[in-house]
Design a protein around this ligand. Sequence first.
Ligand code: KG4
Ligand code: ZN
Length: 358
Amino acid sequence: MLILGIESSCDETAAAVVRDGREILSSVIASQIDLHRPWGGVVPELASREHLEKIEPIVEQALTQASVKLEDIGAIAVTQGPGLIGSLLVGVCYAKSLAWSLDIPIVGVNHIEGHVYSVAFENPPIEYPALALIVSGGHTNIFHIPEEGKYKVVSRTRDDAAGEAFDKVAKMLGLGYPGGPAIEKLAVGGDPKRFKFKQAKISDGRPDLSFSGLKTAVSRHIRESGIEPVANGGEPSTEIRDMAASFQASVVASLVGTLSKLAIKLQPKTLIVAGGVACNLALRSVAEAAAERLGVPVYFPSKHLSTDNAAMIAAAGQFHLTRGERAELEMTADITLRLQNLENRDAELRRSKIRYRL
Ligand code: KG4
Ligand code: ZN
């Protein structure tokens, strides 16, 4: 079956045509990075307006690139939440109208579940139980997935998401937005051991994560040592490079350390590392080394599937459609949609239909 995936939860308008949940015929992404860069972060009002302008041409482009017509599409999968309400509504309303006019099924997909499915294209099929670290600008969670579609949060960030910490520290260092790629670039050649940024200790002993203390430690260091942020286009000092490398190493160590601890306890057959921060090569190499030590394969999406895209939404949608799930046309965006076990999903979908109805 051909599924049209649609994603508009934050600042990327994306559409993709995917066959049988595993083969990408097209994946088109319109990034709004340039639009939001002057503000140093995503401006929700600007994001939703831009989605409105882009959604139609992006879907058309996805169909053209896949060499298919609208009539060839068997179903639509659209990101229902979590995300920004205005942004989500553009995708959800567009997808519902299209499904209605074509008289084909539609399912709402949880964006985070989409990130889990981003590894479905370039790796062997996922063996369960799996353990998935989903690490992006909005989320940092580790899910235990005993079988396909069943999720248990076994670790979460207590404060900032890891990508958010990258973005905030980049801002302090005078780097551009988004901060993750900028810090990674700066960290190349920097000394990751020069600054000892300690990993947060969670006082109740749960295997949770925390990045706000680390961010504060970097900020204090910048203030106390009088480091000059990188001027526009200026050559960064060795100190700034070392600080970027040390910060990155600390984030990576706490993510992979927690993932490893949980893997020892839960004995998964597959590890998954996905989400925008999974683009980070330091994270990939440390996670790969840990997986090798544990004797468990680790799956990453390639770079263009790590950040937000619609192919991953179509792949997750395929699973739900195959189970027979169909969303009603009253289905609407839900900014707080949680990743549920299948048993609770139907109830959640029913509840979410009445929220944020236009
Ligand atoms: O998954 P994503 O595109 O959007 C969300 O769902 O949040 O993730 C975007 C986040 C941003 O915070 C960005 O700084 C971070 O992923 N990111 C990175 C890298 N590339 C993107 N963080 C660290 N290293 C990178 N190379
Ligand atoms: Zn995302």
